[in-house]
Design a protein around this ligand. Structure first.
Ligand code: 1CP
Length: 360
């Protein structure tokens, strides 16, 4: 099947543009566009990072994570490392979802081995009014666009380059909560106590994210992934009211490239997600492939969803579990884990996973 005939996409301009590119490995984009491919493409969420010795060496030059992210040459190096070391079928630009709150005026610190912390959080109308948004906020992220541009030319078409952003609900959660959280109860509480303010904040985040992702595409991103890491914290009605409409706005604003929505824990929202104008739905490991296929009705390519903990097992177990997952999806599938690879995962386990998919 050619890209133009693909049943689940309508991106003729994109298909034409791709035909002219010298990319040697189109597998990931072809699969994302719904083509039947000779094998599923494979990459890993959080593939750039501590699992790689060369990342750990590079990271030593930057005691501060944010300084690392803001040095485009270093970020591009981290972006290419998993392609060189593991032979994955896509690169993802090295950055973080928290650059958006920072660009909007809410500064954060990345605390070693703990995670992000925002000294000031969003509590009231004044806090929301003070935030920059849209094109103006997105201009502060030139370092990400530079990292994409350098990565793209260094890749020289070897594999496609993924750009990304956090989904508005997940970004709101960090801005209100001030860090990761076991319950996200402050953020969830705001949706009940001040729905109007919640929507205002979500709209400002959405406007910024759209401007940011447009710039990412201009800088060379071939596909965009939205990470809704805390989707599973919301009840279905709230996910439908406070998350899905903003995901829709973002997808609609970026018709030029294929898009993936990864909403962790949102098994209950698969039918809603299937109606978004995106091509790929990312799945976490709690979702059985058959259940996801049924709920999305064949409308989307599915990405995922091996339990990241599988990669701590022996090679034979990893091979067996990976083959079982590939069979369960049975095509229209991009192989990945159900969430980011854990930093202490043995590299041999990661290799066993990637190689099993590549030899399938
Ligand atoms: O290969 C890649 O995917 C690298 C690029 C990347 C991406 C896509 C990084 C680098 N972060 C992210 C996305 C991201 N960041 C998400 C969405 C994906 C997910 O759910 O895992 C989230 C929630 C964050 C926030 C974040 N950044 C955390 C989680 C904190 C919490 O609340 O639990 C942490 C620890 C970070 C720091 C970070 N970002 C990236 C890396 C490699 C690191 C660790 C820094 C280091 O150890 O060097």
């Amino acid at each position: 099947m050619t890209i133009e005939q693909s049943p689940i996409t309508n991106l003729p301009a994109f298909a034409k543009a791709m035909a002219g590119k010298q990319s040697t490995n189109h597998l990931f984009l072809r699969a994302a566009l719904g083509e039947t491919t000779e094998r599923p493409p494979v990459w890993l969420m959080r593939q750039a990072g501590r699992i790689l010795p060369q990342y750990r060496a590079l990271r030593q030059r930057f005691p501060d994570f944010k300084a690392f992210v803001k040095t485009p040459e270093a970020a591009a190096e981290a972006t290419l490392q998993p392609v060189d070391e593991l032979g994955v079928d896509a690169a993802i630009v090295f950055s973080d979802i928290l650059v958006i709150p920072e660009a909007m005026g809410l500064d954060y610190e990345m605390i070693e081995a703990k995670g992000p912390r925002f000294p000031k959080t969003i509590e009231n109308q004044q806090d929301v009014d003070r935030l920059r948004s849209g094109v103006e906020a997105a201009t502060a992220l030139q370092y990400v666009y530079d990292a994409l541009q350098i990565s793209k030319s260094a890749l020289a078409g070897r594999v496609p380059l993924i750009g990304f952003a956090g989904a508005p609900w997940t970004i709101l959660a960090y801005m209100v909560e001030g860090s990761g959280s076991k319950t996200f109860s402050k953020a969830r509480r705001l949706l009940y106590t001040n729905p109007g303010l919640s929507h205002e904040l979500l709209q400002k985040i959405t406007d910024t994210t759209i401007a940011y992702l447009r710039n990412q595409v201009a800088a060379g991103a071939d596909l965009l992934q939205l990470f809704d890491s805390w989707a599973g914290e919301l009840p279905p009605a709230h996910y439908r009211a406070f998350a899905v409409p903003y995901l829709r706005q973002i997808c609609e604003a970026l018709p030029q490239v294929p898009k993936t929505v990864f909403a962790k824990g949102a098994w209950f929202a698969l039918e809603d997600l299937a109606e978004l104008p995106c091509q790929v739905i990312g799945l976490d490991w709690n979702i059985a492939p058959a259940f996801a296929k049924e709920k999305t009705g064949g409308a989307k390519v599915l990405q995922g969803n091996l339990d990241p903990c599988t990669l701590y097992a022996d090679t034979k177990t990893i091979e067996k579990e990976t083959v079982a997952m590939l069979r369960a999806f049975g095509g229209h599938h991009i192989a990945n884990l159900g969430h980011g690879v854990y930093p202490d995962t043995p590299l041999d386990g990661v290799r066993a996973f990637v190689n099993t998919v590549k030899n399938s």
